[in-house]
Write a protein that binds this ligand. Structure first.
Ligand code: DLL
Length: 430
């Protein structure tokens, strides 16, 4: 793999500023953001008043903990536009979550918000090793989902040549990678595996492709999956994180030269980690639920938003801004099997450690009597795999590392449902 470390002269000065400078900027911006939300969004005024707190009460960053949280329920209760802090005609763009688990969450952007979003995504793409003039194959979905258009904004801001292919039509993805020879690909890690299968199906060597870096996010994935993808494509694989409620992709990004967790672009998004049960902030380094407050957003300021993503904060390395560890999973995706907490990423790790299996899998939950049962559906890598041996090996790995007994079904290659975007990991039949 080529060294893609960006030239430090090309970074935004704030990326390598001192902590004091960053904190001073954050405090100024936080004051503005709290006042803006309070003055312009009835929900925030009511929530702050009910807690007996006013934006002027904030004199240090620690005071933020006195302000109320915002949850997905709050956003749903204000559907579609009541969380907007500017008149509707100043909103230049709307995105929304798919709403598969309820009413969609609607978010909006002013012209300045779009410019800032472009800047943080450009920063992220540069951290991945992309440089002005490089070709980017953008396979995140275009549309209401923030992935496709969010990456596109940043690619424009950085000066890349973008191929806006969006998701799906996998044979064509491979054809265009072969013909156009992009340097980077932006895609969910699970859909990257579908693209990988298609390379093999077409008899093409993915390691011989032009790709030098994959920028993967929108769903949890493990370091074991990173190794698998890096080896399969002979390219770097880096992690990009974000969520629509905070802006979309580009909230935090891993640097290609260190691959040691994701630097949060703290000049725009202020992170906290809380104990999800008590709501109390925990110290940097401790695991908990990630909470974000926007510092610059005009159309859709968000104050102490509970992401339900679990991680911890770590000090800066390649950049001065703090890092978040790779997200283990969402609290919603945590399976409690006979008293043991299990995340799909833990199953992924065990699967990757099992010889003879492809990286595709789903977890099926059933309740045949009064006990929950878990079945891992996976598939053989090729016809040489002994299904019984591979299944036993994986069940043994899961028993040993997670401590639970599960059933494993090893199907023929190609039998596990393929992802077109975000993978569906859990099929709950209880
Ligand atoms: O998934 C934004 C995005 C697009 C991020 C493209 C990165 C690349 P939502 O659809 O609102 O937005 O989903 C946000 O996806 O709360 C996490 O649970 C999960 N997620 C996003 N990035 C990662 C990641 C986009 N790198 C939700 N690792 C978030 C783990 C991620 N989970």
């Amino acid at each position: 793999m080529k060294d893609l470390t960006p030239d430090s002269n090309t970074l935004d000065p704030i990326e390598i500023a001192s902590r004091d400078e960053i904190v001073a900027l954050q405090l100024d911006r936080l004051k503005w953001s709290l006042n803006h939300a309070y003055a312009s969004v009835p929900h925030y005024k009511a929530a702050f008043d009910a807690t007996g707190i006013h934006p002027d009460d904030l004199t240090s960053l620690n005071d933020l903990a006195k302000f109320p949280f915002t949850t997905k329920q709050d956003l749903r209760a204000n559907y579609p536009f009541d969380m907007f802090a500017v008149p509707r005609d100043q909103v230049k763009r709307i995105h929304a979550s798919s709403g598969t688990t309820g009413q969609p969450t609607v978010v909006g952007y002013t012209e300045n918000d779009l410019a800032n979003w472009g800047q943080v995504v450009a920063r992220s793409l540069r951290a991945a090793g992309m440089q002005p003039g490089d070709l980017l194959h953008n396979a995140y979905g275009y549309g209401l989902f923030t992935g496709g258009l969010g990456i596109h904004l940043g690619a424009d801001a950085l000066g890349l040549t973008t191929i806006p292919i969006s998701g799906g039509m996998t044979p064509r993805q491979v054809r265009l990678i072969e013909d156009f020879k992009p340097k980077g690909i932006t895609v969910t890690p699970s859909y990257a595996l579908s693209v990988l299968d298609e390379f093999n199906a077409q008899g093409l060597d993915p390691r011989a492709s032009s790709l030098e870096v994959g920028i993967f996010g929108a769903e949890p994935w493990t370091n074991a999956m990173r190794t698998e993808i890096e080896q399969a494509f002979d390219m770097h694989a880096v992690d990009i994180y974000g969520l629509s409620e905070v802006i979309g992709p580009g909230v935090s990004m891993e640097c290609v030269e260190t691959k040691d967790g994701l630097h949060i672009w703290e000049d725009h998004f202020f992170p906290e980690i809380i104990n999800p049960d008590t709501g109390e902030p925990v110290a940097d380094g401790e695991m908990g639920e990630l909470v974000f407050t926007s510092l610059t957003k005009e159309a859709f300021p968000i104050i102490r938003y509970r992401t339900r993503d679990l991680t911890r904060l770590l000090p800066g390395t390649a950049r001065s801004m703090r890092r978040m560890e790779k997200v283990t999973g969402r609290s919603d995706d945590m399976i409690i099997l006979r008293g043991v907490n299990v995340f799909p990423t833990q199953i992924e790790e065990c699967l990757m450690a099992t010889p003879g299996l492809s990286p595709h899998f789903q977890i099926e939950l059933t309740k045949p009597d009064r006990m929950d049962q878990m079945r891992v559906l996976c598939e053989a890598e090729d016809t040489s795999t002994n299904h019984t041996d591979a299944g036993k090996y994986l069940a043994g790995q899961i028993k040993q590392t997670i401590g639970i007994t599960v059933a494993v079904d090893v199907a023929d290659p190609g039998q596990v449902e393929r992802s077109q975007g975000k993978a569906v990991r859990i099929v709950d039949k209880r």
